[in-house]
Design a protein around this ligand. Structure first.
Ligand SMILES: [Mn+2]
Length: 350
C-alpha cells in the first residue's frame, strides 16, 4: 500500500526527515540512484526554504501518477509539495532564476530545483503564502507527447500526519478517454487505505469504461474492504464531453467560465452497498473548464476562491492551494484530505 509522507517543518531537524521521506518515496517509485539523489536534493532545498522564507510549513511527499495522461500503466513519479502561510514571494520568476537568493542561501537554489525535476511549479500570493510542487520521475522532462490537451494532478494529506492516507486518486487513459478517480476509504488509517488502494488497482484494469459501468466493477473489487466513497470523471478529449458518476461523499466541482457547479453523487458506499442504478451526468468540457474532486477533508460547502493573479498552470498546485486555503485553526480537519484536479493545458504554456 502506498505511503503518503507528511512532515511539518518548523525547525532545521525536520529537513533531514523531508530528505529521508523523499529517498523512501524514490525507492517506492523505483527511481535509480541519480534520480533519487535529485529527489533528495530538491526535498532538502524546498524544506530549507520553508524555514528561511516562511519560518515554518508543511511538506507532503507522495508517489503519484504523472500529470500528462498516457496510455498504459503510468510510470509513477515522486511528488514533493510544500505549503506555507508565510509572507509570499514578491518575484516568483526571479526566485526561479539561478543565483537568485533572498535570504543568503547557500543551498542549491530554486533554479537548480527546476532543472533537476521533471516538473516544478511555484505559486505565491503576497500575504497568503507559497505552494511549491516538484515532481521527479525516471527521466527528465514531463514532455507532452500524445497529451490530450489536459493535465492531471492532486495532493493527498493524511489525517494527523499518519503514515497512510485513506484517500487515493489516480487516472487511466484509453484513446480519447481520460478517466480520473478519487476514492475515500471509510474512516482513516491503513484499513481505509486498503479500500482506496483496491479502487485504484481496479481502475487500472478498467480504462475506457464509462463511469456508470466502472463503479459497479469497483464495488465488486472492494468487497471485503471497509468500502469507500468514489467519484469517477471521464473526459472524452475528442468530443469535449465530461461524464461523471459518484457514490458516497466525494465532492465534484466543475468550473464553467466564472461559475462553479457541483456534479452530484448518489448515496452509498462502494464495496458495501451501492444504489441500484448509477446515474451519470454529462456536461460540456471547454478550454475554460476545470474539474476539482475532493474528499470530505475539505468542507462540503467549500467554494474555490476567485483567482488571485495568474491561475496555476499546474493542477497539483491548484490542489495544494485548495488545501491551504480551506484549512483554518477554527475549523480543524478531521479526516484525510485529497484533492484531484483536471485542467486544460493553457495555450501559452504548453
Ligand atoms: Mn475519509
Amino acid at each position: 500500500m502506498p505511503r503518503v509522507r507528511y512532515v511539518p517543518v518548523q525547525d532545521p531537524t525536520r529537513v533531514r526527515d523531508v530528505r529521508v521521506a523523499a529517498e523512501e518515496a524514490a525507492a517506492a517509485a523505483g527511481l535509480d540512484e541519480r534520480r533519487t539523489a535529485a529527489a533528495a536534493l530538491v526535498a532538502t532545498e524546498l524544506a530549507t526554504n520553508l524555514l528561511k522564507h516562511a519560518q515554518a510549513g508543511e511538506v507532503l511527499v507522495d508517489v503519484v501518477d504523472p500529470p500528462v495522461p498516457v496510455e498504459g500503466r503510468p510510470e509513477r513519479v515522486v511528488q514533493i509539495t510544500t505549503i506555507d502561510h508565510g509572507p509570499g514571494i514578491p518575484d516568483v520568476d526571479g526566485a526561479l532564476r539561478d543565483g537568485f537568493s533572498t535570504a543568503g542561501s547557500l543551498g542549491a537554489g530554486l533554479g537548480t530545483c527546476r532543472r533537476l525535476t521533471d516538473g516544478f511549479a511555484l505559486h505565491s500570493v503576497l500575504g497568503r503564502g507559497t505552494v511549491a510542487v516538484a515532481r521527479i520521475g525516471s527521466a527528465a522532462g514531463e514532455g507532452s507527447a500524445g497529451a490530450p490537451g489536459v493535465r492531471v494532478g492532486g495532493v493527498n494529506v493524511p489525517f494527523a500526519g499518519a503514515d497512510f492516507s485513506g484517500d487515493a486518486w489516480a487516472w487511466v487513459r484509453s484513446g480519447d478517454r481520460l478517466t480520473l478517480m478519487l476514492a475515500d476509504g471509510l474512516g482513516h488509517g491503513s484499513e481505509a487505505a486498503r479500500a482506496s488502494t483496491a479502487a485504484v488497482e481496479e481502475l487500472r484494469h478498467r480504462a475506457g469504461l464509462p463511469p456508470a459501468e466502472c463503479l459497479p466493477r469497483l464495488h465488486t473489487a472492494l468487497a471485503g474492504t471497509r468500502g469507500a466513497a468514489v467519484a469517477v470523471a471521464q473526459l472524452d478529449t475528442w468530443a469535449g464531453r465530461l461524464r461523471f458518476a459518484g457514490i458516497g461523499n466525494v465532492t465534484a466541482r466543475l468550473r464553467e467560465g466564472d461559475r462553479w457547479r457541483t456534479l452530484l453523487s448518489r448515496p452509498g458506499i462502494v464495496g458495501v452497498h451501492r444504489p441500484g442504478t448509477v446515474r451519470e451526468e454529462e456536461v460540456a468540457w471547454t478550454p475554460e473548464s476545470l474539474l476539482i474532486l475532493h474528499t470530505d477533508g475539505l468542507p462540503g460547502r467549500w467554494t474555490p476562491p476567485p483567482d488571485t493573479g495568474l491561475p496555476p498552470a499546474d493542477p497539483a498546485v491548484t490542489a495544494a492551494v485548495a488545501v491551504r486555503d480551506a484549512g483554518s485553526p477554527a475549523r480543524p480537519v478531521r479526516d484525510d484530505t485529497a484533492v484531484a484536479v483536471l485542467a486544460p493545458v493553457p495555450p501559452d504554456r504548453p
